[in-house]
Design a protein around this ligand. Sequence first.
Ligand code: PEP
Ligand code: MG
Length: 754
Amino acid sequence: MPTTFGGPRVLLRRLREVMAQPTSPQDKLDRIVVLIASNMVAEVCSIYVQRDDKALELFATEGLNREAVHLTTMKAGEGLVGLIAKEAEALALSDAQSHPSFSYRPETGEEIYRSFLGVPILRAGATLGVLVVQNTATRTYTDEEMEALQTVSMVLAELIAQGGMQALAAPGLGAQTRPIHGKGVSLADGVGLGHVVLHEPRVVIKNLIAESPEAEVKRLEAAIGELRKTIDELIARGDVSHGGEHKEVLETFRMFAHDQGWLRRMREAVLSGLTAEAAVERVQSDTRARMLRQTDPYLRERLHDLEDLANRLLHILVGADLTISKDQLPDNAIIVARSMGPAALLDYDRSRLRGLVLEEGGPTSHVAIVARALGIPAVSEIENVTAQVEQGDAIIVDGASGEVQIRPQPDVENVYKEKARLRARRQEQYRKLRDEPAVTRDGQAIDLKLNAGLLVDLPHLEETGANGIGLFRTELQFMVAARMPTTAEQQALYKAALDMVGDKPVTFRTLDIGGDKILPYMRRVEEENPALGWRAIRIGLDRPGLLRAQLRALLRAGAGRELKIMFPMIATVDEFIRARTIVQRELAHIDRHDRDRPSGLSLGVMVEVPSLLFEIDEIAREADFLSVGSNDLMQFLFAADRENRLVADRFDPLSAGALRALKCIADAGHSAQCPVTVCGEMGGRPIEAMALIALGFRSLSMTASSVGPVKAMVLKLDASAAAGYVERLLRDVSGVATLRGALKAFAHDHDVPI
Ligand code: PEP
Ligand code: MG
C-alpha cells in the first residue's frame, strides 16, 4: 500500500460531514465505508453489526459484492470477523486466508483479497460490531493504521448505539435495548422489581469529533491537572469517607494519574481528531476489553482502578456530577454497580431501594451483610452488568436464585411479579406466627434469636418476635465507618442497641476483624492465609488496647443492665481466661471511677475453632455460655475456605463428621449446665435447624428472614422422634457423604416444613 494514508484526523472530519447530511442511516453507512476505504487506501471496507443472537451481519461494504449486504452473516465466533467480536481485539493479517479461523463466503467475492485488518466496534466494553479493511496485496498494516481504524470504530459505535443507525438493525438489535438474563451469586434473599440506578453514572458523550485538536489537547491537560489535584487533596485531607474509598485505593489512583503510558495514549487519541472526552473513552474502551480478558485478579483490580479514574476524568470534562443526588433517586431503585462499599449502600434512601446488582462482591462481603440487614435483594458476579444497562432500564433482581432480568419481556416480568406476591403472602403467614411461642410438638421450647450488628437490624426483633439478639457482630460498625470508631461512639451504638431491644437479651461479640473482615483504615498485615492468621481474639490479646477500649464501651453501655459478651475465634481455654482477665481489669477500672457496673455479666465463647472440641468440657465449665460459629467451624473442620466457591459447598454440615462434632458441643453444654447457642448460618436453615434440635441444641440465632421458616418447622417437629432418628443414623451410617437426604425423608414423613 502506498504511504498516502490520510490519518484519522482528515477521516474524522469527513465522517462528521457525512453524519451531518440529512440522509438515511443506511446511506450514511454506505458513504462511510467508501470514505474509510479511500482514506486508508484499502480496496475493501466493511461494517458488520452484531445482532441479538450474536451473529454478525454485513451491513455495508465498499469493495465486496453489494448483494452480500444484509445477506452474509457470521455466527458468533465464526470466521475472522466472529473471532474479533468474540475476543474484542483487533487483528491484522498479511495473509488472511491462511489463518485457521478464515471462513470463505463465495457471495462476497473476497477470495482475491489477501491482507486483512479488523477491529471490534466497542461501546462501554460491549461489542456492537466489527470494522474491516482488506487489500489484494500481501501487506503488513502498521500500528498507526490499526489505531486509526480503532478510533474510527469508536465513532461508529456511538452512531450505532445512539444515532438513528439503530433503526437499521434487525429487530431487537443493540446490547442496550434487548432483554438480558444474568446468573450470578446470591447475596441477599428476596425479589425486587424496579429501575436501574447506576451507582456511578456513565457519561454519555455526544461530541466525538474535535473542531480543533489543539484546543482539545488543552482541555485534556487541564482536566488531568484537576484530577490530580482532587486526588492529592483527598489524600492530604485523610478523608477516607469519600465514596467509601480508602487510602490505598487513592494512592493507586495517584499513581495511575501520573502513568505516562495512559496519558500518552489519551493525547494521541486527541491528536488523531477526537474530542478530549472521546479520547478518554477511546482509551477506556481498550482498558475494558483488556480487563474482560484478564484472569489475574490483581491485574483485573488494577484495570478496574484505571477505569474508575477514566470515569472521573470524563466527569470532569463533561462537568457531570459523579453521584446521583438523594432526591433524584426514583422509587423502586435497583442500584447497579461494579462493586460497592457498605457505607455507600447505607447512603441511599432505604425506603426507595428495591435491589442491588454488583459485578463483584462475595456473600460475606460487607456490602452483602448490609444488604441483608436492610432486607434488600442482592445479587453479585453479574459480569459486565454496568456496561449492559442504561439509567432507568427496567430490571428484576431475584436474590434467592442469584438471577437478574434486564429489560424483561412482559411475560418474564409477570412471572416475577407472581413470585414477589407469593413471597409476600408467605411472609404474611410467618408474621402470623410472630407471637406464637416456638415450641415443638412434644413441648420443647426453642429459643430463636437474631443475628445483628447495625441499628438497622434491630427493628427486625419486633417484626419477627425473636427472643433477643443472639449475636451482635460489633465489627460491622467498624467496617462501615470511614475511620476507627471512638470508645464514645462504640458506647453510643451499644447503648442504642440495648435501648432498642428493651428487656430482651443482647449477646455482643467482641471485634472479629482480620481474615476476610478488613478495616480500610487499619494497616493491613500481609498474610499467606488470613483466615488462619492474625484475627479476632488473637489481635485482641496481642494488642489489648483495642479490646480494652471496646470492653470499656460495652461495660459502660451496659451499666445497670444484664450484659452478655462473647469472644470470637477462641482456640484454647487459656485464651478465654486471658480475655476474661482483661474484662475483670476493666470492671476494676469502672469501680475505681465510681461508675455503675452492669447488673449481671455473662462471658461466653464462640466455638468455631476445632481445637476447642478437644477441650470442650473444660471450656463449658469455664465459660458462662457457648455459641457455635458454624460458619467458621465448618470451614476449619473440613479445611474448606468459606469464601472459595470451588470448595465452599463441597462438604455438607449435615454429614456424619460435622453432626458428631456438633453433638459433642451440645452434650458438653448439657453436662456442664452451660447454655449453648448456634449462631452460624446453619441455624437459620430449617432442615439444618431441625438436625441441630435433634442433636440437643435448644437455642438458635439467625438472620431475620430465617425466623419465620425455622419457627414454622419447630411448630411441626417432634424433637424426641427427630433425636432418636438422628442418633440411629449416626450409629449406623457409613461412607455416606451427607445425611441430608435421610433428614429430608424424615421431615417429609412427619410433615415437617423444611
Ligand atoms: C460463624 O463463624 O459461624 C459466625 C457466626 O461468625 P462470622 O460469620 O461472623 O464469622
Ligand atoms: Mg466466625
